[in-house]
Design a protein around this ligand. Structure first.
Ligand SMILES: *Cc1c(COP(=O)(O)O)cnc(C)c1O
Length: 395
């Protein structure tokens, strides 16, 4: 039996583009290269062009996954054991895992007042506190939104921090008309099967924006070897798989279209749900100087209704989710290592309000219709219950 959940993007994607795997094997048969061959080189070049036609990055280095790309970015900035790294508490845990992997200490900042990015005002406050100066700041472009890059970049310059962009969820997000990934000293992309550009397995790239960093970054994914296969620096083994590189090269042709399709699904949602604003529901939208790539469609609902909407929706077969139930500073392992951390009020509040509706580029208008009809029915019932509870005489 073929698995085919219409809301499951990796399954739908494999169904439509699985033939690329067969093509990839053909290409590898004719090149004779199975590791760091023509596929990886061609994908790295194509991705660099895709990122910036006019001013491509200094290097695009294919690596095994997005977490490794972040790790190598941190190492490229000279971040090591005990160094502090400013990062948002509200992100996929992978961002924290990379910081811990290099032995650094995450300094968690709150969420911005609007949008879901790191709050520049709280970062500024953290940088004024006593203690060793952090080495780097990771700006996570969460859900496909862009962070306030101009402001964060100015802050980093002012305080001597390196900026790293975590673009794992933001492949195709435009900031001032250009794909994100060019502002940081390094940027990390993931091609995990749910991401906007998805491999049929694991993959990632490290984007290098300073020419002086390019050689060291390339060597860092392959034992620290130079061209003569002598170890001249620290390195790991984190190579983008040749087969996945060929798959990604094929899928890159469809990426622009797929981002446009994601944006179309978001428009369908907006048409049907925008009147919920009066019920305290906030829908995602483009920012003043950026365009959403809609990796996820995360709405905000009143916190007293969220868990109920989630549970009742799921029990009726609506594929709702919460990205993410715990912020990084609330993860048990982080607490065990660094002790409980207080003082992130906006993050704590927002986590109770977020709810993800299904979005991927293959969804059709009738499916969004059905999702919205069920969701509106759910919200209607919750509102009625709330009204009942508030009515005079209710116990
Ligand atoms: C997916 C993701 C990563 C890690 O990517 P992997 O390829 O799974 O290692 C890092 N950061 C964010 C924000 C992510 O969503």
């Amino acid at each position: 039996m073929a698995a085919s959940d219409p809301f499951n993007f990796p399954q739908q994607d494999l169904h439509r583009h699985g033939g690329l795997v067969v093509d990839a094997i053909e290409r590898m048969r004719s090149s004779g290269q199975l590791i760091l061959g023509e596929g990886v080189t061609r994908f790295e070049e194509a991705f660099a062009t895709w990122l910036a036609q006019e001013r491509p990055p200094a290097a695009v280095v294919g690596v095994a996954n997005g977490t490794d790309a972040l790790e190598l970015a941190l190492r490229g900035c000279g971040v090591g054991p005990g160094d502090r790294v400013v990062m948002p508490a509200h992100t996929a845990y992978a961002t924290t895992a990379a910081v811990l992997r290099v032995g650094a200490v995450p300094l968690f900042a709150d969420i911005a007042a609007t949008g879901h990015g790191i709050a520049a005002d709280h970062v500024r406050q953290l940088l004024q506190e006593p203690g060793p100066r952090p080495k780097a700041l990771i700006a996570v472009h969460l859900y496909g939104e862009a962070c306030d890059l101009a402001e964060l970049n100015a802050l980093c310059d002012e305080h001597g921090l390196d900026l790293i962009e975590d673009c794992a969820q933001a492949c195709g997000t435009l900031y001032r008309g250009e794909p994100v990934g060019s502002w940081g000293r390094f940027a990390a992309f993931s091609f995990y099967p749910t991401k906007n550009l998805a491999a049929f397995g694991d993959g990632g790239v490290l984007v290098v924006n300073r020419p002086g960093d390019a050689e060291a970054a390339r060597r860092s994914r392959f034992y620290g070897w130079d061209g003569r296969r002598q170890a001249v620096q620290f390195g790991v083994n984190s190579r983008l798989d040749e087969l996945q590189a060929w798959v990604l090269l094929g899928k890159l042709d469809h990426l622009r279209r797929q981002i446009a399709d994601r944006r179309q699904v978001a428009r369908w949602y907006r048409e049907r749900l925008q009147h919920l604003a009066s019920d305290g529901v906030v829908l995602p939208a483009d920012g003043p100087d950026w365009e959403h790539s809609y990796h996820l469609y995360v709405i905000q609902v009143p916190c007293e209704q969220r868990d109920r909407l989630l549970q009742e929706g799921r029990s009726k077969g609506l594929p709702l989710a919460v990205h993410y139930p715990l912020a990084c500073h609330q993860q048990p392992y982080v607490n065990e290592r660094f002790g409980p951390q207080a003082g992130l009020p906006r993050t704590d509040e927002r986590l109770g309000r977020i709810l993800s509706l299904p979005l991927h580029p293959y969804l059709e208008e009738r499916q969004i219709d059905a999702v919205c009809a069920s969701f509106l029915a759910l919200v209607g019932r919750v509102v009625t219950d709330a009204e009942l509870a508030a009515a005079p005489g209710a116990s």
